[in-house]
Design a protein around this ligand. Structure first.
Ligand SMILES: Nc1ncnc2c1ncn2[C@@H]1O[C@H](COP(=O)(O)OP(=O)(O)OP(=O)(O)O)[C@@H](O)[C@H]1O
Length: 228
């Protein structure tokens, strides 16, 4: 599902945020990406959905070769990748329903299909009854559930989450994790950057540790915890 070979990302100011990194993530895996602040986790994630371009190396995501992808193909790639951010990034002037529907409208889905699918995913995240409210009338956990609904509404092959529980209380974080686990159980690959050791050590999945733009450890699910 995700193949990186000798990928380097150098920002224009000369910072090499990712250095000669190689990794393979299979369809259906759940992978945590951990590491200290500034290690390169967000950059690693941004490379996957083409928010940033690799400076060197080969990168394939969901059947797209990102070294060869044309700009007009990027929206098609993004249909296969749902992204969840720490700060939710919802559109404040749109309702919950509209926020989720928008992801389908931009790819030209028909209104009738949109209505059914949006209500189905809102039901899945437990927010069908909040469809008409605006994001600022929701708690942080509810906003994150809306953003997860938006990420999965086009049934992507991969969901990428950058610190999805970073702004949430522990109790609410577990709810978000349960939701991501459910999405994963339905066959969607999940890649999640996190600083939360309790989560990583409790809900076990493969763990990739990044430091200075390199993978320093790649620990299969079932191996001992993330303890440094
Ligand atoms: N747009 C940018 N331009 C220049 N340098 C950048 C840019 N974005 C990130 N960096 C640098 O690249 C390195 C990796 O940053 P990145 O945000 O990927 O780390 P991170 O592991 O996600 O950190 P955090 O846990 O604090 O979010 C850092 O040194 C950072 O300062």
């Amino acid at each position: 599902m995700i193949e990186m070979k000798d990928v380097t990302k150098k920002y224009t100011n000369g910072t090499a945020a990712i250095r000669d990194l190689s990794i393979s993530i299979d369809q259906g895996e759940f992978v945590y990406v951990v590491g200290p602040s500034g290690a390169g986790k967000s950059t690693f994630i941004k490379l996957m959905y083409r928010e940033e371009k690799a400076s060197n190396g080969d990168l394939k995501v969901a059947d797209y070769d990102l070294t060869k992808i044309k700009n007009r193909e990027v929206p098609y790639l993004r249909r296969e990748i749902g992204v969840v951010f720490q700060d939710y990034k919802l559109l404040e002037r749109k309702t919950v329903y509209e926020n989720v529907a928008y992801a389908m409208q931009v790819i030209g889905k028909r209104p009738r299909e949109i209505k059914k699918r949006v209500m189905d995913v809102l039901d899945m995240v437990g927010l069908k009854h909040k469809a008409r409210v605006f994001p600022n009338q929701l708690s942080g956990g509810e906003q994150q559930r809306v953003s997860i609904a938006r990420a999965i509404v086009n049934t992507p092959q991969v969901v990428i989450a950058d610190e999805p529980t970073g702004n949430l209380d522990p109790e609410i974080s577990w709810e978000i994790m349960k939701l991501l686990d459910r999405i994963n159980a339905q066959g969607t690959t999940v890649v999640m950057a996190t600083h939360n050791r309790t989560i990583v050590n409790t809900i076990r999945h493969r763990v990739i540790a990044i430091e200075n733009g390199k993978i320093i450890r790649d620990q299969a699910e079932g191996e001992y915890g993330y303890d440094d």
